[in-house]
Design a protein around this ligand. Structure first.
Ligand SMILES: [Zn+2]
Length: 312
């Protein structure tokens, strides 16, 4: 039984004249109740975690700042890259997550996140102790673990569908959900060294919704190059307000005739003026340009097994 319907999705909005205020616009940083649940104190991964992340609360608070900055902040003054495009605009509505419990468990995989059985506003992040132990072999184990935490915390705060829609709203592909989580991880500065930003269209994956870093770099291009700051916040907001509508079969390109003059909805075209197929092509065209405008090649490194959550 859901008991949280009194928590509307509209966050507390504050105005501030404080010149030292965090650059997060007018949205307050959420302060969920934080809990830590250690299932096996004797596991070597446990000491590793506690020594690498001794101040878990402040680490999570920093990740929350990154989430608000990158998903819930309207840019104040950045003009759109293309004057013919409207700048991203939306009314941020932060997920009403009330608590986050970190479980350190002896499980396979890396980590996963779910809502509590009784109330989805209470989130659970499960992290593998085996994985934490293995992370010690990486060049920067703390950055890796904080990066995973940030990714999972995004799942606690991102939108995927209108809250009251139940199962009726079309869901976005899992690759988009994972891509948004890694987009915030990337923006927060925790892209691991094995991620590789593509430098040409050929280096793109086949599909835009490949997920994780692959979709994250595509979203980064939308935000930093193609549309402008706030683009992914607007996308996240649209998932809440409308849902992932109009992207079923045969929805790419021009809307087919419907017997009336009203065009069919298209999630991507309605957001950014082009369908996803065109956006993916435009991304490839950009990648093939000799002089790109953003700071590509920042994360060159060797490919390794990327983090994949086997439970989602
Ligand atoms: Zn994930």
């Amino acid at each position: 039984m859901r008991t949280s319907d009194i928590h509307t999705a509209i966050p507390q909005v504050t105005t501030t004249d404080d010149p030292n205020a965090k650059p997060t616009g007018t949205i307050e940083i959420p302060k969920p109740k934080l809990r830590l649940h250690v299932n096996d104190l004797r596991h070597s991964g446990c000491n590793t975690f506690l020594s690498l992340v001794p101040s878990l609360a402040s680490t999570i608070d920093n990740a929350l700042v990154a989430i608000i900055e990158n998903l819930y902040t309207i840019p104040r003054s950045s003009p759109p890259r293309d004057p013919s495009k409207a700048p991203p605009i939306f009314t941020p509505s932060v997920s009403p997550t009330r608590s986050v419990t970190i479980f350190l468990r002896d499980i396979d995989g890396v980590a996963y996140t779910n809502g509590a059985e009784l109330d989805d506003d209470h989130k659970e992040i499960h992290i593998s102790l085996q994985y934490i132990h293995k992370a010690l072999k990486l060049p920067n184990p703390r950055a890796e673990i904080v990066g995973v935490l940030t990714h999972e915390l995004v799942h606690c705060y991102q939108h995927t569908a209108p809250r009251q829609a139940g199962d009726s709203a079309p869901r976005p592909p899992g690759g988009l959900i994972e891509g948004i989580a890694d987009f915030v991880r990337l923006k927060a500065g925790f892209a691991p060294p094995h991620w590789k930003r593509p430098t040409s269209a050929r280096e793109r994956p086949e599909k835009w919704d490949q997920g994780y870093q692959h979709t994250a770099y595509f979203l980064e291009w939308l935000e930093d190059v193609h549309i402008g700051k706030g683009a992914i916040g607007m996308l996240n907001d649209r998932l809440l307000r409308v849902g992932y509508v109009g992207e079923g079969l045969q929805m790419e390109g021009e809307a087919p005739g419907t017997g009336s003059s009203a065009p069919l909805p298209s999630f991507w075209r309605d957001l950014f003026g082009s369908g996803i197929k065109q956006l993916w092509e435009d991304y490839g065209t950009y990648l093939d340009k000799p002089n790109k405008t953003n700071d590509a090649q920042r994360n060159d490194g060797n490919w390794e097994d990327e983090i994949i959550n086997p439970f989602e």
